[in-house]
Design a protein around this ligand. Structure first.
Ligand SMILES: NC(=O)c1ccc[n+]([C@@H]2O[C@H](COP(=O)([O-])OP(=O)(O)OC[C@H]3O[C@@H](n4cnc5c(N)ncnc54)[C@H](OP(=O)(O)O)[C@@H]3O)[C@@H](O)[C@H]2O)c1
Length: 300
């Protein structure tokens, strides 16, 4: 359902939920009385929205502000309240989720902030610092998050940092909202979000890059595209599960599949000769520097 920016949309007054203490198993039911507004209705917003709806969150309590008409059309089948621009309904929102690109954040905040000083804010924008968010939103309770796209299939990893005004109940609400997207970790320092960006935020692209190389090699060795794809993706999933379920370090697991004089050793020796590990780490530091630079570039 798409709304032509009504100013008087009747939104039920939210009743405060009896949120329990901070846990890592927050139930989405804890959020059932909350009203949540998304600013930006793209990939990240859709991942979180999809999870909330799947876990039973009432669509009428979910609002999305999305200026792009084609994107609004995509959101309509979800049954959530879709708006082309900010309006009075925002003052009823308990939680505002910021899912716009860093480049447009400041401009979007100028339009939305007048309605939302009382709300808890969750930003998923890469690099936009707590100092900028606090200045732009003029709201005391702000959480920064760095999610990743496997959130779309419920297997995401999210780094979270809360400012001092965020309460344990606020954190419980954030966790309930993120629950269906995968796992999260609360960070002690804001600067660690740049590391999260470099490792898990951008990480899926590194994995896809590696998969591309495995598939191409397989095909060049005579496998069909489908065979190579199945073998490469299956190996990645299997090795990931093995690492997740094992108490051993990745290094020990690697050594276990590397027999002396064998095929794996031949491949790993080649990787070491090319200093692939060092190059790979340098690439992640490049992502880390870019995350820091984004905050400087768009944070003023
Ligand atoms: N995708 C990822 O892997 C990932 C991972 C971690 C964090 N993030 C962060 O998540 C944020 C969103 O990323 P995304 O991939 O979801 O981007 P996206 O798909 O481009 O979605 C952003 C949406 O916000 C809309 N928008 C632009 N200006 C707006 C405004 N003033 N008010 C409301 N909506 C507005 C955009 O419309 P237009 O197209 O018309 O501009 C677009 O549809 C980014 O800050 C990114 O850093 C993304």
């Amino acid at each position: 359902m798409s709304h032509p920016v009504p100013q008087d949309n009747p939104i039920p007054t939210p009743t405060p939920s009896a949120a329990p203490g901070l846990t890592t198993t927050a139930s989405p039911n804890n959020t059932s009385h909350h009203t949540i507004a998304f600013v930006g209705g793209g990939n990240m917003a859709s991942a979180i929205l999809g999870g909330l709806l799947k876990s039973g969150f009432a669509a009428e309590r979910l609002h999305v502000i999305e200026p792009l008409a084609s994107q609004r059309l995509q959101l309509e089948p979800l049954g959530v309240q879709v708006w082309a621009q900010p309006a009075a309904f925002l003052s009823q929102a308990d939680l505002i989720i910021w899912a716009v690109k860093p480049q447009v954040f400041k401009a979007a905040a100028q339009d939305v902030a007048p309605w939302t000083h009382q709300a808890l804010h969750l930003s998923v924008a890469a690099g936009i610092t707590m100092a900028s968010l606090s200045a732009w939103l003029q709201a005391p309770r702000v959480v920064r998050a760095m999610p990743n796209t496997p959130a779309l299939v419920g297997l995401g990893q999210t780094g979270l940092f809360a400012n001092a005004a965020v309460s344990p109940e606020d954190k419980t609400l954030i966790e309930a909202v993120l629950q269906s997207t995968g796992e999260w970790v609360w960070l002690a320092n804001e600067s660690l979000l740049d590391a999260v960006t470099a490792i898990s935020g951008s990480g899926p692209a590194y994995v896809f890059y590696f998969l591309e190389a495995m598939c191409s090699a397989g095909e060049s060795m005579g496998l069909s595209r489908q065979e190579a794809k199945q073998l490469a993706i299956g190996t990645l999933l299997g090795a990931g599960q093995l690492a997740a379920q094992s108490a051993e370090t990745p290094a020990v697991l690697r050594e276990r599949v590397t027999s002396k004089g064998g095929t794996t050793q031949a491949a790993l020796e080649h990787m070491n000769q090319q200093a692939l590990g060092e190059h790979f780490q340098a690439a992640m530091w490049a992502a880390h520097r870019r995350a820091q630079a984004l905050g400087v570039e768009f944070g003023h």
